[in-house]
Write a protein that binds this ligand. Structure first.
Ligand SMILES: [Zn+2]
Length: 64
């Protein structure tokens, strides 16, 4: 039986939206990474009101 790869318990790359990242504890575990995502934002999420640099990080991005 092959050794199972160790799962790193950090932010899942599948969940890129800020809503999910925050839910997954990015603010607690990687506050710096979160800061980078929201510094000088270019997009606003019209669903939850968050802002981000990259539209990929929002569930319903709209250009600011
Ligand atoms: Zn959102």
């Amino acid at each position: 039986m092959p050794p199972s790869p160790k799962k790193k318990k950090t932010t899942d790359s599948r969940d890129k939206t800020l809503c999910k990242l925050v839910k997954n504890g990015i603010l607690r575990e990687e506050p710096e990474a979160y800061r980078k995502l929201i510094t000088s934002p270019g997009y606003l999420c019209s669903k939850c009101g968050r802002v981000a640099q990259d539209r990929e990080n929002l569930c319903k991005a709209e250009a600011l």
